[in-house]
Ligand binder design. Sequence first.
Ligand SMILES: C[S@@+](CC[C@H](N)C(=O)[O-])C[C@H]1O[C@@H](n2cnc3c(N)ncnc32)[C@H](O)[C@@H]1O
Length: 199
Amino acid sequence: MRKKGLLNAHQVIFFYSKTQDFKFNTLYTDYSATTNLDQILQDRERNENGKSVYKKDENGNVVLGKEKKGVPLSDVWEIPYLNPKAKERTGYPTQKPVLLLNQILKIVTDEGDLVVDPFCGSGTTCVSAKSLKRQFIGIDISKDAVELANSRLEEMVISESNLLNKGTNEYQEKTEKELAILQNINAFLFKEIVELTDF
Ligand SMILES: C[S@@+](CC[C@H](N)C(=O)[O-])C[C@H]1O[C@@H](n2cnc3c(N)ncnc32)[C@H](O)[C@@H]1O
């Protein structure tokens, strides 16, 4: 009999740090179709009549608000499961998507940092670390897993996600006037989602 309740559609990631002094980079996501322009152009000042107006630089260009890089990433991530036909899929039963590891590593590491995954399985963490120019060590008790991880590191395959790409397309729901303003002030974020076969 089917279990009563809602369809389980999320997993929880636990974050631990040995000390209070840990690295935590803020990532930004695209403005969504529902983000209003005021939120983006939030830096305001008073004009000579005391009226609140958008702040402009010395050349008369609108100054973007502090969040001009997009909306800070929330604690709800939409990272789809790997498509059964995805080239990235290795057949390893507990394989995680590289895009998930990319997001995690971008938050807690910078280029050149060392990432260790002591239960690396098919090597997803290592593939992600390599693609993001981090150093890495992968460990696994299973010889097959280590072999698979090594082969993935030789031929890097990272799937693109239409779901994640969709964020940019959602701009199409803005009016032409809004789009023109956003374009003019370079307020778009270009996502770096890649299909890589070689490094
Ligand atoms: C959940 S899987 C990791 C999957 C990985 N995230 C991926 O994307 O492929 C956990 C891994 O831990 C390994 N493992 C279990 N016990 C271990 C141990 N004592 N030492 C090292 N590896 C171990 C298993 O062989 C398995 O590959």
